[in-house]
Design a protein around this ligand. Structure first.
Ligand SMILES: NC(=O)c1ccc[n+]([C@@H]2O[C@H](COP(=O)([O-])OP(=O)(O)OC[C@H]3O[C@@H](n4cnc5c(N)ncnc54)[C@H](O)[C@@H]3O)[C@@H](O)[C@H]2O)c1
Length: 274
């Protein structure tokens, strides 16, 4: 479906980004796998190349304008064009490090204690935590979009951009405060960019996943009561897989969604229908 095209995937080293990078490559795209975790990004590139595809790894701090521009330049210098951008780099809180489950368990224990004191969870939000979430999730998405759009416009490419928001963009119960605010920001940014870029032939859509089995949700599956409660809220009765999101991303990246822009898809097993 993406034969001869070039895709850039931020957060491509793990979870949803990794699955999307693998799927795009399997569908014929050359892929730039960009992530803070350089060696994990290189492993994804190795997987793609071993399967006969084309990919390069890119070290990316999502909040850096310079590094986002370098990422877009790498797509141009390696593969000569940039057709698709998927922004999956994201954090659930300011100290999130993908794969560090021990730190997640400690943080969750602290939060459960605090939640029992009225108003304290809100008062405990640290400014640097808040700022980091906004920097990575919102500003990072914006900077990647701007870098990609610059190349798409310069080369008159009818590009497609897919942002990864969350059900938390619309449901305040689906994550911590800064996270839900950041995802609402990603969703509004998606809508705004779709309207601004339609005249340039660039389509911009979001995916707002429900609970997907990645490092970000690994904690949920450590605590059986929490897992049971959450799965009880999902009518389809199962957690989503990263491949479920990659399939939605592929559709949005392809011409099969040619008349779609400024929309959000919610692969969430029926958990969120609003
Ligand atoms: N897992 C879910 O249930 C779920 C639900 C809704 C939305 N999302 C969103 O999906 C996206 C992908 O998350 P995931 O679930 O695959 O988790 P993940 O931890 O597996 O993947 C996130 C990736 O982003 C990278 N990253 C984090 N900070 C970065 C930075 N500053 N610069 C560059 N890369 C950075 C990480 O290294 C990691 O590879 C996130 O935006 C997340 O908010 C996830």
């Amino acid at each position: 479906m993406l034969e001869g095209q070039v895709a850039v995937v931020t957060g491509g080293a793990n979870g949803i980004g990794r699955a999307s990078a693998l799927r795009f490559a399997a569908e014929g795209a050359a892929v730039v796998v960009a992530d803070l975790q350089q060696s994990a990004a290189e492993s994804v590139v190795d997987e793609i190349v071993a399967a006969g595809g084309r990919a390069v790894a890119c070290s990316l701090e999502a909040g850096s304008r310079e590094q986002n521009e370098e990422m877009a330049d790498l797509a141009m210098s390696s593969f000569g064009r940039l057709d698709v951008l998927l922004t999956a780099a994201g954090i659930s809180h300011g100290h999130y490090s993908s794969g560090d489950l021990e730190a997640e368990v400690k943080r969750a224990t602290r939060r459960m204690e605090v939640a029992e004191q009225p108003g304290q969870a809100f008062l405990d939000i640290e400014l640097d935590d808040w700022q980091r979430v906004i920097d990575v999730n919102v500003t990072g998405t914006f900077l990647a979009m701007q870098a990609a759009v610059r190349r798409m416009v310069e080369t008159d490419t009818r590009g497609r951009i897919i942002t990864i928001a969350s059900i938390a963009a619309k449901n305040p119960d689906a994550g911590p405060t800064a996270y839900t605010v950041s995802k609402a920001g990603v969703w509004m940014l998606t809508k705004k960019a779709a309207r601004e870029l339609a005249s340039a032939g660039i389509r911009v859509n979001a995916i707002g996943p429900g609970y997907i089995r990645t490092n970000m949700t690994a904690l949920i599956h450590q605590i059986p009561e929490v897992e049971d409660r959450l799965m009880g809220q999902v009518p389809m009765g199962r957690v989503g897989e990263p491949s479920d999101i990659a399939a939605a991303a592929l559709w949005l990246a392809s011409d099969e969604s040619a008349y779609m822009t400024g929309e959000i898809l919610h692969p969430a097993g029926g958990y969120f229908t609003g």
